[in-house]
Design a binder for this molecule. Structure first.
Ligand SMILES: Cc1cc2nc3c(=O)[nH]c(=O)nc-3n(C[C@H](O)[C@H](O)[C@H](O)COP(=O)(O)O)c2cc1C
Length: 481
């Protein structure tokens, strides 16, 4: 597992990070550069000369599939979680009573994953109390945005019992105050609103890459995002207690803003250009008051930008789907694979299932809508022979196996994301499920589904060499001409 700085070094080593000292502004310029670089498959960038801030800014850290793989040092998150669940059936009881008893001896393994609260960390190297929020790397991405805002600060809320974290847009109001845009359905918002008037938070910039990626992944209760992050890290988070705020956060981050959110003091937030490339609706969200700012002596502050997909948030989804898959399989073993389509900013999910009983594809749709209500607006269910990442194959399955009258499920009046431009009532819309699986007899008026035309194996054996020879000849001619 890399620290933030080790990850940057790794990107430097692999040629995936470029440093520039040209003077650039956080107001529109850096966002435009980052978007264009991401669309054009460019590198991550460190800007050393930023007009509004004394700090270096780094962007597009996760802006390619390759960089997502580098962030986890090549480990597939799904495999890591599966190994953990195999080794510690205590959590799932899937191994039966015998395994369960044996696994009591493995409790030590779980101990390794418990977050450690330490007394100090590099995030407390310096206090930046007088600097003012406008000197920190907040961006304005699009011309009609009302002010600059923090885009890649991870908001931590809670303490030992119920710590959670995620990315929530933070709009600058003045040098001490900002608005916290945690939308309905966000777990951090539920934790924050536990019958209180105010709650302390920490906005953390530059945690280790796994924590940064996990900040974008919704983990439904009763699972803990902190535990899942620890499983992926191979060790518990190293946390410090806020000096002014009652909250825990990573000890080795680059920069932190400790703040107090006044839950009943609401201000108009937005509009901001969002994940699908439209301005978000203006809404009323709570205001936070800065209590303290700490950081390393020479902090490097990550920023991200949103706009028409696929930008960094879309690539982060590729990490998220590998985290969600093994957890979903715990409650729906029929799920074979899952793909959250980056071009859809997580509004469209393709899932393959091994069906055993009629109506099972629909069960999986409803499970996804129940677990993650505001995403997965459109769920397409396919058979296991369809590669969920190959949208050509998915379209084939839709075209071939969908009988619209029978296979489309529309759930009206369902929770949706406020940012979804398709509905005129932000936060309230509908869902579409497309069952593109082959139908079982019970789903097909008692008849067997038509037989697929497949080649005769003997013929295949006889002519394969000839096919390869023809292709070799063709490619040689292609290179010559
Ligand atoms: C770049 C980026 C910006 C985001 N901005 C917001 C935001 O402004 N408000 C929000 O509620 N969610 C936002 N999200 C989504 C949440 O961070 C994400 O759903 C997270 O898993 C929520 O965690 P929670 O449900 O555990 O609170 C953003 C995600 C990314 C990647």
């Amino acid at each position: 597992m890399y620290t933030f700085r080790e990850f940057l070094n790794k990107l430097r080593e692999t040629g995936d990070l470029v440093e520039v000292d040209d003077l650039v502004s956080l107001d529109l310029e850096i966002p435009h550069i980052l978007r264009e670089l991401c669309y054009r498959r460019g590198p991550a960038v460190v800007f050393t000369n930023v007009r509004e801030s004394p700090f270096k800014v780094v962007g597009n850290l996760f802006c390619s599939k390759r960089r997502i793989v580098l962030a986890t040092d090549g480990t597939d998150p799904a495999e890591r979680i599966r190994n953990f669940l195999r080794e510690t059936p205590l959590l799932t009881c899937t191994g039966g009573l015998k395994r369960l008893v044996k696994s009591l001896g493995d409790l030590a393994k779980l101990g390794r994953l418990v977050p450690r609260v330490v007394s100090s960390g590099s995030v407390h190297e310096r206090e930046y109390g007088d600097l003012g929020l406008s000197k920190l790397p907040a961006v304005r991405q699009w011309p009609k945005e009302p002010s600059r805002f923090f885009t890649m600060g991870i908001t931590f809320v809670g303490s030992e019992d119920n710590l959670n974290f995620g990315y929530y847009r933070l709009q600058l109001v003045d040098d001490r105050r900002f608005i916290v845009h945690w939308m309905p359905w966000r777990r951090s918002r539920d934790i924050a609103e536990l019958g209180r008037e105010e709650v302390d938070i920490a906005v953390v910039f530059g945690a280790d890459p796994i924590t940064m990626l996990m900040a974008s992944v919704p983990i439904p209760p009763p699972l803990s995002k902190v535990l899942v992050t620890s499983i992926l890290r191979g060790e518990g988070l190293r946390l410090v207690r806020g000096r002014e705020a009652d909250v825990l956060y990573p000890a080795d981050a680059e920069l932190v803003i400790e703040a107090r959110v006044k839950l009943r003091e609401l201000m108009l937030e937005g509009p901001f250009g969002d994940h699908l490339g439209y301005y978000s609706p203006v809404g009323r969200y709570p205001v936070a008051e800065t209590l303290a700012v700490y950081g390393r002596r020479d902090p490097l502050v990550p920023v991200t930008v949103t706009g028409k997909p696929v930008l960094e948030d879309g690539y982060m989804v590729l990490f998220g789907e590998r985290v969600v898959l093994p957890l979903l399989q715990q409650i729906a073993p029929e799920v074979v694979d899952l793909h959250i389509v980056p071009e859809s900013a997580a509004y469209m999910t393709v899932v393959s299932v091994r069906k055993k009983y009629p109506g099972q594809a629909k069960r999986v749709m409803f499970l996804l809508w129940a677990l993650a209500p505001v995403i997965n607006k459109i769920v397409i269910v396919v058979d296991p022979d369809i590669d969920v990442r190959d949208l050509g194959q998915v379209m084939y399955a839709v075209a071939t196996h969908v009988e619209p009258k029978r296979d489309l499920v529309i759930v009206p009046d369902y929770a949706t994301e406020e940012l979804d431009p398709s509905t005129p009532t932000p936060g309230f819309g509908s869902k579409l499920g497309i069952d593109a699986t082959r139908k079982l007899p019970e789903e097909y008026m008692g008849k067997e589904y038509p037989e697929e035309a497949v080649p005769d194996p003997e013929t295949v054996k006889r002519v394969t060499d000839l096919i390869n020879k023809i292709l070799r000849l063709y490619r040689r001619e292609e290179t010559c001409s």
